[in-house]
Design a protein around this ligand. Structure first.
Ligand code: C5P
Length: 304
C-alpha cells in the first residue's frame, strides 16, 4: 500500500503575457507564454481521516492552510471526479515566492492533483487532469506540462513549445504580494484612462510573438531578452512604483532584460550565463533567487 506520495513542482515566469479585453465572465483573453523555472514547491499526500493541510518554508505564514488553498481544492475536485472520499493529509513545503506572480499557489494545486492521483491509485488520464487543473485556475495546468507552453483562452488552454537551450534567470522577490485581480483591474483602468477602447472591448486580440517563439526554440538568450513582454507590467508598476527601481538595479548589474513576472511583484531578470546571474544576484542581495529554465513538469518523486 502507498503510504506517502511527494510531488515536486516548478514555478513559472511569463516570457510573454499579452492581455486582451475583459470578457463577459470577468477574465481576460490571453496569449500567455509560460516558461517553467527551477524553483520548486513539494507537496506530500498521506492517508488521513479527513482532508487536512499543513505547510512549512518561506512565507508559509501568509499561505492559507485551509480549504481555500488550491492544493485542498485540487484534492476535493479530484476526489469528486473519481467518486472517492477526499481523506488525505497534504503537506506543502514552499520555496516558490508567495503571491509573487510565479504561480506558486497554482503549482501546489497541480502538485496536489498528481499526488492524490498516485496515492489513491486512480490513474486519471493526463487530459482529464489538465481539464480539472484548468477548472481550478488559469495557471494550474501549466506545471503539469513544464518546459514551455503557450496558454490561450484565460491562459489554461495549452500548447507545448519547443525550447532549444537553457536560460539563466534571477528573481527579485518583493516584500508583500500583489493581488492578481487587482493588477488586472488596474490594467483595465489604465486602458480606459488612456482611451484604449474601454478596457473591455476594443483591445486587440492577444497573439504570441513569432520572434519570441523563435528565440525560445533557438535557445537564444539575447533574442529572448529583446522579445520579453508583459502587458500587466505597467499596471503592476502603477500599484508598486518601487519595482521600477528594482528593474534598474538588475539592468545596471548587467542583466540582458528585466520584466515583472506575471502580475508581480517579483521581477525576473534574464542573464547571459551563470556568471551574469551571480553578478545580478550580488547586486540585489537577500531578495535574489537564481534559477535556470526550462524546468521539467511536476513529477512524483521516488520514495526513499
Ligand atoms: O484563474 P485564476 O484564479 O488564477 O485568476 C485569478 C484572477 O485573475 C481572476 O479572478 C481574474 O480577476 C484575473 N484573471 C483575469 N484573466 C485571466 C486570468 C486571471 O482577469 N486570463
Amino acid at each position: 500500500m502507498v503510504t506517502a506520495v511527494t510531488v515536486r513542482v516548478p514555478a513559472k515566469v511569463n516570457v510573454q503575457l499579452a492581455v486582451g479585453g475583459r470578457r463577459a465572465d470577468g477574465f481576460h483573453d490571453l496569449a500567455n507564454v509560460f516558461l517553467a523555472v527551477g524553483l520548486y514547491d513539494h507537496v506530500t499526500a498521506t492517508p488521513a481521516d479527513r482532508l487536512t493541510i499543513t505547510g512549512e518554508g518561506r512565507d508559509i505564514a501568509s499561505v492559507p492552510l485551509d480549504e481555500s488553498n488550491l492544493a485542498a481544492k485540487a484534492a476535493l475536485a479530484l476526489a469528486a471526479h473519481a467518486g472517492v472520499a477526499p481523506d488525505v493529509h497534504l503537506h506543502i513545503a514552499k520555496d516558490i515566492p508567495v503571491a509573487g506572480g510565479m504561480a506558486g499557489g497554482s503549482a501546489d494545486g497541480a502538485a496536489a492533483l498528481l499526488a492524490c492521483d498516485a496515492l489513491w491509485g486512480l490513474h486519471t488520464p493526463a487530459e482529464r487532469l489538465l481539464e480539472l487543473a484548468g477548472e481550478l485556475g488559469s495557471d494550474v495546468p501549466f506545471p503539469l506540462l513544464g518546459g514551455a507552453a503557450l496558454g490561450v483562452g484565460r491562459g489554461e488552454l495549452l500548447t507545448p513549445l519547443e525550447v532549444g537551450g537553457g536560460f539563466h534567470w534571477v528573481f527579485a522577490v518583493a516584500d508583500g504580494g500583489l493581488s492578481t485581480p487587482a493588477v488586472y483591474g488596474e490594467c483595465d483602468r489604465l486602458r480606459r484612462a488612456r482611451g484604449t477602447g474601454d478596457g473591455v472591448a476594443d483591445v486587440p486580440a492577444p497573439e504570441a510573438d513569432p520572434a519570441l517563439l523563435a528565440a525560445l526554440a533557438d535557445g537564444d538568450a539575447e533574442a529572448l531578452a529583446a522579445a520579453l513582454s508583459n502587458d500587466l507590467q505597467e499596471a503592476a508598476l502603477s500599484l508598486r512604483p518601487d519595482l521600477a527601481h528594482t528593474i534598474e538595479r538588475g539592468l545596471g548589474a548587467g542583466a540582458l532584460a528585466g520584466i515583472v513576472s506575471g502580475s508581480g511583484p517579483t521581477v525576473a531578470f534574464l542573464t547571459a550565463d551563470a556568471q551574469g546571474s551571480a553578478k545580478v544576484a550580488a547586486e540585489l542581495g537577500a531578495c535574489a533567487r537564481v534559477a535556470e529554465a526550462p524546468a521539467g513538469a511536476a513529477a512524483v518523486l521516488a520514495q526513499p
